[in-house]
Design a protein around this ligand. Structure first.
Ligand code: NAD
Length: 500
């Protein structure tokens, strides 16, 4: 299928995607796939004004009706899953199975949001005063800006978008400058859903195109009630003070440095499969990718031996080919960051296997690598950083408490897991004294979460929670209401004031 046919099947006009000044390249071969126009301060201003106007109308629409729009959007996604998944692969470089998985995740969150649109419930609270009733109500928050990363170009936006729309908030989406096409495709599919709903709908979804600068403008604009930003810790450090400085609401989904503890009782066969998926999958370019393996000394040699065997079998190649397990890195900068991390780890005493460039002759403008395993003498400075590439650092432990300390001794706190068949170790890992991450698993790798749970992490990962559970509350404002249905005016805490 040609690119034009693919874009056409997603109801996009290929000619319009070639008219801009900014090139968009596919990581598969480095070829230019589009030229887009970045937003200017002026065009952004107009988009924010449209979103603010839309808020005034949309917040009055009953939530189940808002949910109906998301149900229709989910139908569009179902009908276009194959094409959108392919476009995700083309733009981000992840293998087709993962591209399709990402679209499935969008469908799942739409289903979730539809159910949610008939809930959004608050509590009723016992009042200390006679003839009084207390309750909480949840109201739409305002315009939400979603800033997203290249590696999950559509799913993370949809976690925000589906919930924000049913919660009554219009959304401005600034995708990564590396992946604007998938954003345009989602926008078109949403517009189709809106047309099917009928009626004069306000402008609920707009794509904002650009890089850091345009992201900063979104962060600074007081008309934007919530900034939900996904990306590196570096981005979070720059963005968070700007939003906090105007008391805007923030939802941060930043970098991870995810670990797995493998205990002596672990099912090693299961562990090897989990490690392979989470360390090699998406070429190590998931926020939840496995980066640190903390293995009991007694099983270290066996496990590392098996892993090296399995790594040798990993088919690296075009993510569109059916047999490929690992596609390319996103660009040359990612390749160079990987090589630099490997050099530094070697300088810190690490023994490196793999990591070299592959397929340079077939794809001179793309960046394929062999996934790397680095056996470290200890958890060094380099290991404590997130390098967005398939590097797995291996460290040994003797005592389970020491393993947990090592596990938690990094700045990030996204996802984690333990492989053990010892119930005490499993429970200790999940306890208050265990993993300090937002996601903690037993006998499952750190990546590949389901949308039903709240997704996010602690420490430098930013503390945000998205997708399932009660993550919807981030997109609403809470009001505490007290109603007096008596003929008296008793004051709380028994205070008497004046004659009364
Ligand atoms: P990035 O930080 O380079 O960019 C992410 C987004 O932020 C892009 O849209 C970019 O244009 C924008 N941006 C960059 N600097 C900004 C600034 N100062 N102000 C406003 N916007 C700014 O990240 P990336 O390379 O696209 O993605 C990889 C990173 O994202 C990794 O660190 C990964 O762990 C993280 N990530 C986290 C999650 C999560 O849910 N925690 C999910 C996916 C990716």
């Amino acid at each position: 299928m040609t690119l034009d046919t693919l874009l056409g099947s997603l109801h996009l006009d290929p000619a319009r995607l070639k008219a801009g000044a900014q090139p968009v390249r596919s990581p598969i071969d480095g070829a230019e796939v589009a030229r887009v126009e970045f937003d200017t301060g002026q065009s952004l201003d107009a988009k924010i004004a449209r979103a603010a106007a839309a808020f005034a109308a949309w917040r009055q629409v009953p939530a189940p009706r808002r949910g109906e729009l998301i149900r229709l959007f989910g139908e569009e996604l179902r009908a276009h899953k194959e094409a959108l998944g392919r476009l995700v692969t083309l733009e981000s470089g992840k293998i087709l199975q993962e591209g399709l998985g990402e679209v499935q995740e969008m469908i799942d969150i739409c289903d979730f949001a539809v159910g949610l649109s008939r809930q959004l419930y608050g509590l009723t609270i016992a009042s200390e005063r006679p003839g009084h009733r207390m309750m909480e109500t949840w109201h739409p928050l305002g315009v939400c800006a979603v800033i997203s990363a290249f590696n999950f170009p559509v799913a993370v936006w949809s976690w925000n978008f589906a919930l924000a729309i049913v919660c009554g908030d219009p959304v401005l989406w600034k995708p990564s400058e590396k992946t604007p096409l998938t954003a345009f495709a989602c926008q078109r599919l949403f517009e189709r859903a809106a047309e099917r709903l009928g009626g004069a709908l306000p402008v609920l979804s707009q794509v904002v195109v650009g890089g850091r600068e345009i992201g900063e403008r979104l962060a600074d604009d007081a008309r934007v009630a919530l900034v939900s930003a996904t990306g590196s810790c570096r981005m979070g450090h720059a963005l968070a003070p700007r939003v906090a400085g105007r008391f805007g609401r923030l939802l941060l989904e930043l970098g991870g440095n995810n670990g797995m503890i493998v205990a002596p009782s672990a099912d090693l066969e299961l562990a090897v499969r989990a490690i392979l998926f989470s360390a090699v999958g998406t070429a190590g370019q998931r926020c939840t990718s496995l980066r640190r393996l903390i293995v009991h000394t007694s099983v270290r040699e066996t496990l590392v031996g098996r892993l090296k065997g399995a790594y040798g079998q990993v088919a690296v190649g075009s993510p569109l080919d059916a047999g490929t397990l690992m596609g390319p890195l996103v660009d040359q900068a990612a390749f160079e960051a990987m090589q630099e991390a490997l050099r530094r780890a070697a300088g810190e005493g690490g023994q490196v296997s793999g990591g070299e460039r592959l397929l340079a002759r077939d794809y001179p403008d793309a960046w394929y690598v062999r996934p790397a395993i680095v056996e470290m003498p200890r958890q060094t400075e380099t290991v404590c950083e997130e390098t967005f590439a398939p590097i797995l650092y291996v460290m040994a432990y003797d005592d389970f408490g020491e393993a947990i300390r090592l596990h938690n001794a990094v700045p990030q706190g996204l996802s984690s897991c333990v492989f053990t068949n010892d119930v005490r170790e499993a429970e200790a890992f999940l306890s208050a004294e265990g993993s300090d991450c937002g996601i903690a698993n037993v006998n499952i790798g750190p990546s590949g979460a389901e949308i039903g749970g709240a997704f996010g992490g602690e420490k430098e990962t930013g503390g945000g929670r998205e997708a399932g559970s009660d993550a919807w509350r981030a997109y609403m404002r809470r009001a505490t209401n007290t109603v007096n249905y008596s003929k008296e005016l008793p004051l709380a805490q028994g205070i008497t004031f004046g004659a009364g």
